[in-house]
Design a protein around this ligand. Structure first.
Ligand code: GDP
Ligand code: CA
Length: 326
């Protein structure tokens, strides 16, 4: 069986471990969000691809949720002493090696999809990892920045409307600055990376991981050609709710959904994705067993959706395959 999975970072990574555990002999391709990607200290950083790669490679820090286990922070400390900006984004020493290899390959002219394949030769994730696009397409957040002086002291002037990089909003401001809109800078020129449309078109089933519906899955769907491939493809599309009991299980997805006018509930996200017959994404929608949802044209099933370990996640994946009648 061929399985395509749309995935963000941590939610996507955990879900993919369950896919691998439930379907060890199947051919799995993950299409991963690259809208969070950013260049800092001259290094090209791909947070979601790295979360998936490290998690499937067994090298992730499961408590922190991102980055490498047994990480050290000496380079970060040195950068801080130099006063090198920005100081709000943590880069671990082991992680920096990945970014150095990636940046060097990109600068030598290799596309991100080739670079990702090269990095994965070390980590052997057991699934094929594809960036959604080889072109830069970075999420920015429109916010009203309060007036402040160069040292960051509050001023008396009016707030300034600015589009800041998603990472600055998410990591520096902890998503606490009210977002007016999300903008994908570069999306007009972005095309699906080689293999993305083919993986969707050839799949027996497409699974939408319980990733952030706005800044992970929504970003992937913003790349021209991906949504169309999902709509036209023969494979059923089954989504898994990241919202349980009216809140994200982990993270700050509740800061993103209201910006699009979407209710923070399993039903809200299901309706936002919509049924394929109505021009939406889904044929089936899995919600947590304490939730209920009605989504026109979509078969909804309630099962436990807490990804506490690979066995629990594999059971979710099997329920998704049953919903696809596989
Ligand atoms: P990020 O890119 O690292 O922010 O990660 P993703 O976009 O892939 O996933 C974030 C989403 O994962 C959050 O909105 C969480 O609600 C969801 N999530 C995390 N753990 C669980 C879980 O155990 N069950 C479910 N259903 N969702 C989860
Ligand atoms: Ca992410």
């Amino acid at each position: 069986m061929r399985i395509a999975v749309l995935a963000g970072g941590i939610g996507g990574a955990r879900f993919l471990r369950g896919v691998r555990a439930a379907c060890p002999d199947d051919d799995v391709t993950a299409v991963v969000n690259t809208g969070d990607d950013v260049t800092l200290h001259g290094l090209r950083i791909c947070p979601d691809l790295d979360s998936v790669m490290y998690t499937l490679g067994g090298a992730h820090d499961s408590e922190r949720g991102w980055g490498r286990k047994d990480e050290t922070w000496r380079i970060k400390e040195e950068l801080t002493v130099y006063g090198a900006q920005p100081t709000w984004f943590s880069l671990g020493d082991l992680d920096i090696a990945t970014h150095l290899v990636r940046t060097r390959m990109l600068e030598a002219g290799y596309p991100l999809s080739d670079v990702t394949a090269a990095l994965c030769r070390r980590w052997q994730p057991g699934v094929r990892l594809l960036p959604m696009s080889d072109e830069r397409c970075e999420t920015h957040v429109v916010v009203d920045l309060p007036d402040e002086d160069d040292e960051g002291n509050p001023g008396t002037g009016p707030a300034k409307r600015r589009a800041i990089h998603f990472q600055e909003w998410w990591v520096r401001h902890r998503a606490a600055l009210p977002a007016q809109a999300f903008v994908q800078v570069g999306v007009d020129d972005a095309t699906p990376a080689p293999g993305v449309v083919e993986a969707i078109t050839a799949a027996d089933v497409v699974l939408v991981a319980p990733s952030n519906p706005v800044v992970s899955i929504g970003t992937i769907l913003g790349v021209a050609g991906i949504r169309e491939a999902l709509a036209a493809g023969p494979a059923p599309v089954i989504g898994v709710s990241p919202i349980v009991g009216g809140a994200p299980v982990r993270g700050m997805a509740d800061a993103c959904l209201p910006v699009l006018g979407v209710e923070v509930s399993a039903e809200g996200v299901g309706r936002h994705y919509g049924g394929r017959a109505d021009g939406g994404l889904l044929d089936g929608w899995l919600v947590h067993d304490t939730d209920a949802a009605s989504v026109p044209g979509v078969e909804v099933r309630a099962v436990p959706l807490m990804m506490t370990d690979d066995d629990a996640t594999a059971a979710m994946v099997k329920a998704a395959l049953e919903l696809a009648h596989l």
